[in-house]
Design a protein around this ligand. Structure first.
Ligand code: SAH
Length: 370
């Protein structure tokens, strides 16, 4: 296993094999005049063993190795900054072939290690409490750019991470095709072998694509809820105006299907004086009644100019107690990597704010929200 120094340098003019799923590589092997199993072997070399040099892929036919060397490469995003935090969290800023930047975070814990990956450069959704929203939307990541983040983390760790969350920059369900292909690669036994229970897609609630996802995948679903009613959610998560709670909740229940062991994880960022009252806890309990749920309370991670403050720890505890008392399983997420701006909602790449948009939260004015 190699370290960051050996991350391949992007060349941009060859076809990136990280963009191919297993079936795609099998088809490619056939196109190049070989048996499909060579495609499987290639898949395993790249993802399981992290090998980028075709000559080292000893069980591929020599003419195939030559054909690959002539027109293809294994190109993960290039790490341009590796920032370790005091708590063991590591943030990587990665540069893509076109010079744009994304961020990936590695979070070690006692019995698991989680890699938090990005799905887009920037984000179009304009959630008021999220710093990625400030940079506006630049573009979707390719399959290879999504998987390449885990490829890199696996080289760093010397093995695949146990858990992966699509909670970095971007809205994964707005980059549907690439994300679904990437999920399949991350799950594959020949690649990263991450269990469906340990692979979590987090969405702001793109309702039609929650239904579409249910048809092709059964990974764990986390939904950024953040408010117990439409009036407040319209402001905090503006996509709620398009897909309000009365559409979101049924889509989430449909996603779970009939399996009694599955639950939706509701993410709820704790904002002082905005969404953290006990009356709002009660409203949340009523909202989630009948939907198999767990709630993840996230202390708000501040960033310059947000105009928002995190709830006092006592308030978070009281809110959690109230939910627990009603039987709602509730966890408070530990903030990790705060001093390196690696915590939830602090990922911005190193891209200029192209929109110069100033998004400030104005409590309950409705019309003033972006
Ligand atoms: N677009 C997806 C995934 C990216 S955000 C989504 O909305 O779910 C991952 C999680 O971090 C979301 O729950 C998001 O609401 C939360 N988050 C964003 N900004 C935050 C901040 N400043 N502090 C704490 N959590 C934040």
């Amino acid at each position: 296993m190699s370290g960051p120094a050996e991350t391949p340098v992007p060349s941009g003019d060859r076809t990136n094999l990280l963009d191919f799923d297993l079936a795609g590589l099998e088809a490619l092997a056939v196109t190049l005049g070989h048996k499909p199993f060579h495609g499987r072997n290639l898949f395993k070399w790249m993802h399981k063993h992290g090998v980028t040099d075709f000559e080292a892929m000893t069980d591929l036919a020599k003419p195939l190795r030559q054909a690959l060397a002539a027109g293809f490469e294994v190109r993960a995003p290039r790490v341009v900054l590796e920032q370790p935090s005091l708590d063991g969290t590591v943030k990587w800023v990665m540069e893509l072939a076109d010079g744009q930047h994304i961020e990936t975070v590695y979070i070690p814990e006692d019995h698991r290690d989680t890699v938090c990956i990005s799905s887009q450069v920037g984000c179009a959704l304009a959630c008021t409490f999220c710093s990625t929203a400030r940079q506006g939307f630049n573009r979707n990541l390719t399959v290879g750019e999504i998987v390449g983040q885990v490829w890199h983390a696996s080289r760093y760790l010397g093995r695949a991470p146990s858990n992966i969350v699509l909670m970095g920059m971007g809205e994964p369900l707005a980059n549907f095709e690439a994300v679904v292909k990437a999920l399949a690669i991350l799950r594959d036994d020949l690649a990263y072998m991450v269990s469906k229970h340990r692979l979590t897609l987090s969405t702001s609630g793109l309702v039609p694509n929650i239904y579409r996802l249910a048809e092709v995948s059964d990974v764990a679903l986390a939904v950024s809820l953040h408010a117990p009613d439409n009036a407040l959610r319209d402001q905090l998560v503006p996509i709620n105006r398009k897909y309000p709670l009365e559409e979101l909740l049924p889509a989430c229940r449909a996603y779970l299907g009939a399996d009694p062991r599955r639950r939706i994880t509701w993410e709820y960022v704790m904002l002082a004086g905005v969404n953290d009252s006990l009356a709002q806890a009660k409203a949340l309990i009523r909202l989630l009644e009948g939907t198999p749920s767990k709630v993840n309370l996230i202390p708000f991670n501040p960033f310059p100019g947000s105009g928002l403050a995190t709830s006092a720890p006592g308030q978070v505890d009281a809110f959690r107690e109230r939910l627990m008392r009603s039987g709602l399983f509730t966890m408070t997420r530990k903030t990790r990597g705060e001093e390196i701006a690696a915590a939830c909602g602090q990922l911005v790449g190193r891209v200029e704010d192209r929109t110069r948009r100033v998004v400030r939260f104005e409590p309950r004015t409705g019309a003033g929200a972006p």
